[in-house]
Design a protein around this ligand. Sequence first.
Ligand code: 13P
Length: 256
Amino acid sequence: MIPRKKLIAGNWKMNKTPADGVALVRELVATVGKQSEVEVVVCPPFTGIESAGRALEGSTLKLGAQNMHFEASGAFTGEVSAPMLRAIFATHVILGHSERRTLFGETDEQVNKKVLAALKNQLRPIFCVGETLAERESGATLKVVQTQIERGLEGVAKDQAASVVVAYEPVWAIGTGKVATTEQAQEVHAFIRELLTKLFTEPVAQKVRILYGGSMKPANAPELLAQKDIDGGLIGGASLEARSFVELVTAAAAIK
Ligand code: 13P
């Protein structure tokens, strides 16, 4: 079996001007921009994607967006589309982040349309799922994640499913400093892989990267990344500084 390459993606959220982003990318290029053991993706806000993309040219770093609309063009004020992201050389797009779902009312149906549109345009979706604290406490975690995955990936063809990256982000762990225990995370990751096996066959499910997100930091990353079904991280806070982000890349590279 081909081992899955670890993936570390930085979700900058609504942080950094284009100039700040370029400065961060330059530091990343200088430190981890030549290695190819770990796939590294940076996801700046829309205003900084193009300049970050120019700054990482010629390195192994990849470029992602944090959201997009599912239509290619039209009267959708404030939105950007998959072809627009492709035109500035983005390769990845975060879709269905819990902040989009809870603060901006994104539904599973909308996220599904976005996943399909991303794949159609050769953008790799980093498709986010995860339960709230109330859902975990009521024992509904696996059910919630199952529904989000079944609805979000509806209509994805078997031969495209391996390009999807799934990010498990327990909502209660995002930006709170409360990281899931390795057991809690591995349990959900294994469940997701099993579900992907049912939906897309075993060989496909073995290829899909499943990232953990939620207060991942250099101190807790080695243990999380060593779990069988944890193939990388989607990093918020710790992606905003070169030092911590590089440490996460190094931690991922150290797992054999
Ligand atoms: P934090 O790493 O800041 O908890 O954010 C996680 C996240 O939401 C990444 O998408």
